[in-house]
Write a protein that binds this ligand. Structure first.
Ligand SMILES: [Zn+2]
Length: 239
């Protein structure tokens, strides 16, 4: 009946959807440029992240961080609209739909199956107020459900964004790292559940890993050395 009032359109190509299609048409879904990173211990995303981790703390032992993204985004294919729908157009239904797809892939992966705690990269307080929600938190909630893991919402998260970083879209890798330096911190008296052994940190898009890596560094201060901190996002920007 919904179709009589408002045509439902494919988020990628804009074609009108048929009844059994949800948010994306069958053709665009078949062509979704999936990364399949969840099947590879080492991939483009995890390598760039672990390289940062090693540069930061060459002395202490830290388990390798696994990394997965649902799809490749190169700016030209229409698939970027999937992450934009949630971030800019308040399309929560589409956002949750694709977050569930990400969660199902993670739940089927040997690498991520034992994730016990899921939380999101926080927004700055003012940006959150203005937007009304944190898109990464919505993704994290769906992913936690799919994994059967504990979801830590932003209000209870130990992480806080200490300062606004502005848009990173036009910055290169080194500039992004400088831009997020000191941007994240821990809330006063912050803790994490003591039995967390594999934590999954969620963001909407992975570009250089600077943001996720800065958050990971803060979380690390609360955790014993053997705790694994992995990451997952909807989109992986293929530079
Ligand atoms: Zn389509």
């Amino acid at each position: 009946m919904k179709d009589l009032f408002l045509p439902r359109l494919c988020i990628v190509c804009g074609r009108q959807l048929i009844l059994q299609e949800e948010h994306i048409c069958t053709e665009c879904l078949a062509d979704l440029p999936r990364t399949r990173f969840h099947r590879q211990r080492c991939n483009l995303m995890s390598d760039s992240l672990n390289e940062r981790i090693m540069q930061e703390n060459s002395e202490s032992f830290e388990p390798y961080a696994y990394a997965h993204a649902l799809f490749f985004y190169n700016g030209e294919n229409g698939y970027g609209r999937i992450s934009q729908a949630l971030k800019y157009r308040r399309d929560f239904s589409a956002g949750r739909h694709f977050a569930r797809m990400l969660g199902e892939e993670l739940a089927g992966s040997e690498l991520f199956r034992d994730v016990d705690t899921v939380l999101a990269v926080p927004l700055h307080r003012l940006r959150r107020l203005r937007r009304g929600y944190n898109q990464a938190e919505i993704i994290a909630e769906e992913v936690a459900k799919a994994l059967g893991a504990r979801f830590i919402c932003d209000r209870l998260s130990p992480l806080r964004r200490a300062r606004r970083t502005g848009t990173q879209t036009r910055l290169g890798s080194g500039q992004r790292a400088a831009n997020v330096r000191g941007a994240f911190g821990l809330k006063k008296g912050a803790t994490l559940p003591g039995n967390a052994s594999h934590i999954l940190l969620i963001d909407d898009v992975f570009t250089t890993g600077a943001t996720l890596s800065a958050c990971r560094k803060e979380l690390r201060r609360l955790l014993p050395g053997g705790t694994r901190i992995s990451v997952a996002t909807l989109a992986f920007v293929d530079n």
